[in-house]
Design a protein around this ligand. Structure first.
Ligand code: ATP
Length: 303
């Protein structure tokens, strides 16, 4: 008998490198980025509903006051788009349990969209080919294909074209969460403003970073972290600079603003070292909360 509900677990991401090229005619920037999934998850449950019910959505967990519960939620959009592409009616109740900080630069909304795609595909028995799911994901947002994929991968285009990266071992991370989110669009706009009149080179992936991943060395990885949006995030939220300094003073092997921020990500040698950094950041009083995690993690999958 077909399942009455399906739950999918989806990881957050951090960009180990985010190289932002010139703004394209369509308004997006050409990117070269190295996505890395971390075991900080949202769970998306799709629950069967009688025909004609349509889509409904509830959300609990981290920062949910900021999450829309209507058709503007990315998980809702994902369910609708999948139903339209597959010729079924979208009758489903979506339940999201959030651990990924909202508007934190860790692709929380994208994770929920990827989770809804996999959960509804299973609930409705569609067996949509992987490539088609990837195409639907890319329509929903630049980071959604990677949320499906997980692991570590290079993203090109606007981030939606993925090439898997063979990374050895796993890495320990500490995340410093801010009290208030940052809008991704506003951070890109600020990046454009800061670069006005300057030559913007084509985006690239650094050889040092690829080497650090191939050998699984956290020290080399810490030195290779690089984010072109970091200055723009600092410009909009000067206090973030102090957070990065505090993590580095606490002995982190490297620190970076995650994506468009404001979450700051720090790499540690091992689990004990991560705990030391987490304690120092918590007692600094500079951050709302601190989470420890490891990466890479699996992409969206049924649990
Ligand atoms: P990214 O790293 O992909 O740029 P982000 O992690 O910074 O994104 P999100 O958590 O995805 O940011 O949220 C950005 C905005 O998207 C939120 O302020 C919210 O209004 C809206 N949103 C739509 N759907 C969701 C969702 N399922 N979860 C969180 N926010 C959502």
């Amino acid at each position: 008998m077909a399942a009455k509900e399906v739950t999918v677990r989806v990881p957050a991401k951090v960009n180990l490198q985010l190289s932002v090229g010139p703004r394209r005619e369509d308004g997006f920037h050409e990117l070269a980025t190295v996505f890395h999934s971390v075991a900080l998850h949202d769970d998306v449950t799709a629950i069967r509903q009688p025909a004609g019910s349509g889509i409904s959505l509830t959300c609990d967990g981290e920062g949910v006051a900021e999450v829309p519960l209507d058709s503007s939620n990315l998980a809702w959009k994902a369910a609708q788009l999948l139903a339209d592409a597959s010729g079924v009616t979208a009758d489903v109740a979506l339940r999201i349990h959030k651990q990924i900080p909202v508007a934190g630069g860790m692709a929380g909304g994208s994770a929920d969209a990827a989770g809804a795609l996999i959960a509804c595909d299973a609930l409705w028995g569609l067996h949509t080919p992987k490539q088609e799911l990837h195409e639907i994901a890319a329509v929903l947002g630049s980071d959604v294909p990677f949320s499906l994929h997980g692991g570590t991968a290079i993203g090109s285009g606007r981030g939606e074209q993925l090439t898997p990266v063979l990374a050895k071992g796993s890495f320990h991370w500490v995340f410093a969460l801010a009290s208030e989110g940052l809008s991704t669009a506003a951070v890109y706009q600020e990046c454009d403003r800061l670069r006005e009149g300057k030559h913007v080179p084509d985006p690239y992936v650094s050889d040092n970073l690829m080497h650090a991943l191939r050998v699984g060395d956290p020290v080399l990885l810490g030195k290779s972290l690089d984010n072109d949006l970091q200055q723009a995030a600092f410009s909009l939220r000067p206090a973030l600079q102090r957070v990065i300094e505090a993590g580095e003073e606490a002995g982190a092997l490297g620190g970076i603003v995650s994506g468009s921020g404001p979450t700051c990500a720090f790499i540690a040698r091992d689990a004990d070292h991560a705990l030391d950094i987490a304690v120092a950041l918590t007692s600094s009083g500079l951050v709302r909360s601190v989470k420890r995690s490891f990466g890479p993690a699996h992409g969206a999958r049924v649990i």
